[in-house]
Write a protein that binds this ligand. Structure first.
Ligand code: HPA
Length: 255
């Protein structure tokens, strides 16, 4: 089973020994530059930096269809999407990690489906984030001693500006716990492509109106740096467990 990590802002986790991958562009156009290929605990892992490398693409300019199509063509089964987010719920404090279980989409004008004149896809998106991958992420957090909270609603906004206080108040009334700019249409496209996709979200700032100075860029960078080290540890533990399961499965099949 091959896995992919879609990286967000901040330092790339895990990829120290990865190499650049050469692959033709997707029929949907250019994917984010900087696709990497590697192995973690003997498991095939692809790394796609969502904003390109170096970080340049704004959230509304990411070609989500090309990115997801690339992973599908690579034969990836499971996807871990990393994202940095603002905290809306009281428990979503700066530095906390979350494995959301729901999404509300406030984005607009993005290419959001693989449906076209040739195929009409009405996918079931009631539970937008894959339970199996979520469970594995939460188990890895527990094993690594890294707190990651189970569940929560991710609200996807258009960006690249941050939200107004009234927008965050509305999102809170809607039930959003976290706010980010990249979860959609990525998650829906992954579902259309049949990829098991879940998010690991790092809160890097309180959302607008949730603190006196929520957008202190130096503070955000510091929280992101420490948080990404935790993400790195959690992901190593994640792939150790995937490798053990794969070995157990092979042993079982051999008997
Ligand atoms: N809003 C939207 N996206 C974000 C935020 C935020 O406050 N912080 C990090 N990504």
């Amino acid at each position: 089973m091959a896995w992919a990590i879609i990286g967000g802002s901040g330092k790339l986790p895990l990829t120290g020994s990865f190499r650049a991958a050469d692959l033709p562009e997707s029929r949907y156009g250019s994917r984010s530059p900087g696709l990497l290929q590697g192995e973690v605990a003997g498991i095939e892992v692809w790394f796609l930096p969502r904003h390109g490398q170096p970080h340049a693409l704004a959230p509304h300019l990411v070609n989500y269809r090309a990115n997801v199509d690339t992973l599908w063509r690579l034969g990836v089964d499971g996807v871990i999407a990393l994202n940095t987010v603002g905290g809306i719920a009281p428990a979503a404090t700066a530095g906390s990690l979350h494995v959301p279980d729901q999404i509300i989409d406030y984005t607009w004008g993005r290419e959001h489906t693989f449906s076209d004149e040739e195929q009409l896809l009405h996918v079931d998106f009631a539970e937008p984030l894959d339970h199996g991958v979520r469970r594995r992420l939460l188990a890895a957090g527990e094993r690594a001693g890294i707190a990651a909270s189970d569940g929560g609603v991710y609200g996807a906004t258009q960006g690249p500006r941050f939200e107004t206080v009234a927008e965050i108040e509305r999102m809170a009334r809607d039930g959003c716990d976290l706010v980010g700019m990249t979860g959609m249409p990525e998650a829906a496209l992954a579902r259309e492509a049949g990829l098991a996709y879940a998010m690991l979200s790092l809160v890097v700032n309180p959302a607008a109106g949730r603190a006196d100075n929520p957008f202190d860029l130096d503070a955000i960078a510091a929280v992101a740096a420490t948080g990404m080290e935790q993400v790195d540890d959690l992901l190593r533990t994640f792939f150790d467990a995937v490798a053990l399961d794969a070995a157990a499965l092979e042993g079982g099949q051999g008997r």
